[in-house]
Design a protein around this ligand. Structure first.
Ligand code: URA
Length: 306
């Protein structure tokens, strides 16, 4: 079965008489609102898939030794010339920029609306990537959606088309979203730490991340997502202003201000190391649970203030 074949529990098997796919029912159940929408037919596999019923788009169960090697590789810190000088350690509660830390450029960006921000990303020459890019990539998907996925930087295809995650990694990301009952067309916005492609897809350099991060921070302030999923080390460390390895940031919600951040592997890494897709699926399930908890908390506090 191919990597992008439909998952085995029928998530992509069309709609039932209520007009929902199994994936959508699973998601509504996670949110605890399935019963209020309609009475579904008995699902083939109720609830979210467990690790044992890992969807084929996420991959096959791990071989422990290979998994350990792949994890060690994924967790490597940047090399000497590519160190991210972003901050010291994770702040207790995220890394929202404070006025004291913003320079004049940062303050200007933090005052922009979405249109001004988009324009300013396209016009940006704050680092040398502005000279080599074909297109700056603002993002892709549904800005009004409650989910934000953050990657590293545009690749060749994204640079050519000016849209985030449209290459092979993007296809895997779309499959991961489908497995969660999400899609960029409906409820997910996708962007990157860097808005311009580093030549030959090399790792982002510290000064490039520093120059570009205010754009991401302003995007988050304007989008106000309920949950952020950080794809890979650069997204996680950039968002959280941390130098912790990915392994230390996975497994529990981190925070960007009040917004929960779930850290997982980058799709390009998963394409090279499919053995870690099992762990990525655990992360995505954590993201769904966190989203459900956060939504019910938000709903409860709305009721309390009525
Ligand atoms: N990898 C990323 O991190 N972002 C993209 O947009 C494409 C590939």
């Amino acid at each position: 079965m191919g990597l992008f074949a439909p998952p085995p529990w029928g998530y992509d098997d069309g709609m039932d008489k209520n007009g929902f796919s199994n994936a959508q029912w699973a998601f509504l159940r996670v949110l605890g609102i399935a019963e209020t929408v309609a009475v579904p037919p008995p699902p083939k596999n109720p609830g979210l898939p467990s690790v044992q019923t890992l969807p084929s788009c996420i991959g096959s169960p791990a071989v422990p030794k290979a998994e350990l090697q792949a994890t060690a590789e994924a967790d490597q810190l940047p090399g000497q010339n590519q160190v991210m000088t972003l901050g010291q350690t994770s702040p207790a509660h995220g890394a929202v920029p404070s006025d004291a830390h913003l320079g004049q450029r940062g303050r200007m960006i933090q005052a922009m609306d979405w249109g001004e921000l988009t324009h300013s990303i396209h016009a940006c020459r704050a680092c040398s990537l502005g000279e080599t890019r074909q297109h700056a990539v603002v993002g892709a998907g549904t800005p009004a959606g409650p989910w934000l996925f953050v990657g590293e930087a545009p690749g060749a295809e994204e640079d050519r088309r000016g849209e985030a995650f449209v290459g092979r990694g993007g296809q895997l990301l779309d499959a991961m979203l489908r497995a969660m009952g999400l899609s960029r067309q409906q409820n997910v916005y996708i962007t990157n730490v860097l808005k311009c492609r580093p030549p030959n897809n090399r790792d982002p350099l510290g000064p490039e991340v520093k120059a570009c991060l205010p754009f991401l921070q302003r995007q988050i302030a304007l989008l106000q997502p309920k949950v952020i999923v950080a794809l890979g080390r650069f997204a996680a460390q950039g968002l959280l202003q941390s130098q912790e390895p990915l392994a230390n940031l996975r497994g529990k919600p981190q925070f960007y201000g009040e917004i929960p951040v779930i850290v997982t592997y980058h799709p390009a890494y998963l394409l090279r190391n499919p053995v870690d897709k099992r762990k990525a699926w655990l992360d995505l399930q954590l993201a769904l649970r966190t989203f459900a908890q956060h939504s019910s908390r938000t709903a409860a506090s709305a009721v309390a203030t009525e």
